[in-house]
Write a protein that binds this ligand. Structure first.
Ligand code: PRP
Ligand code: URA
Length: 211
């Protein structure tokens, strides 16, 4: 499933944390810690294309060449589950801006309904990273990409934790310019459009809203 558009990040610590996320017995507390650990490991790959300028820097001993980021980075977590990835990402890019997109899948149809949007301006010149841990049908990611493109975003990437081929194919077909970075590509969707083997409802497990 890996291609020039899709990067699967392989790392033993991702395998370890992902197994804890998959385990139905994992507590909310552990789920949060390991979701963060995976995000930290994904971050360096999803941000590896950021442009920098060469600058001179004076160390305590001599002057040398350094590099400074020369672009705005905008993170767009898709509510709710995308919030799980925001802290770790914005720790790494403290000057980043954040936009929010609220989408919720209908339980019967699995079609996402939009309920909130708040985006920074100047998307055209920025590197925009969508944060959503689950890429299932691709409906939520595609709605988010379309909204960002309507607002003139030109450089968009998607960071997720678990993806399936169906969602990846949908993005590849409709938005071949959007790179996807994920921790794993799972087998398939079930009849309710949940990912198999997956980890269940990410938002419910992360926010502790399971009955
Ligand atoms: C989940 C997940 C994605 C979406 C993926 O959100 O966080 O946004 O489903 O599914 P898709 O690729 O088929 O669109 P959900 O609608 O469950 O909302 P939540 O994050 O508020 O729990
Ligand atoms: N959203 C989730 O949280 N889990 C899935 O398996 C699919 C969509």
């Amino acid at each position: 499933m890996e291609s020039s558009q899709v990067r699967v990040v392989h790392h033993p610590l991702i395998d370890h944390s992902l197994t804890i996320l998959r385990d139905a017995g994992t507590t909310t507390d552990a789920f949060r810690r390991h979701a963060r650990a995976i995000t930290v490991l994904i971050a360096s790959y999803v941000l590896d294309h950021l442009p920098v300028d060469e600058v001179r820097v004076q160390t305590p001993l001599e002057e040398t060449v350094g590099h400074r980021l020369n672009t705005n980075v905008i993170f767009v977590p898709v509510l709710r589950a995308g919030l799980a990835m925001l802290d770790a990402m914005s720790d790494i890019v403290p000057q980043s801006k954040v936009g929010f997109v609220g989408l919720e899948r209908d339980e019967m149809t699995a079609i996402a309904r939009s309920y909130y949007q708040k985006l920074p301006s100047h998307l055209a010149d920025a590197e925009t990273i969508i944060l959503d841990p689950m890429l299932a049908t691709g409906g939520s990611a595609i709605q988010t990409i379309e909204l960002l493109k309507e607002k003139k975003a030109r450089h968009i990437r998607l960071a997720c934790i678990v993806a399936v081929p169906e969602g990846i194919r949908a993005i590849e077909e409709q938005h071949p310019d959007v790179a996807i970075v994920t921790a794993v590509v799972d087998r398939e969707l079930n009849e309710k459009k949940y990912i198999l083997p997956g980890l269940g409802d990410f938002g419910d497990r992360y926010f502790g809203t399971i009955d």
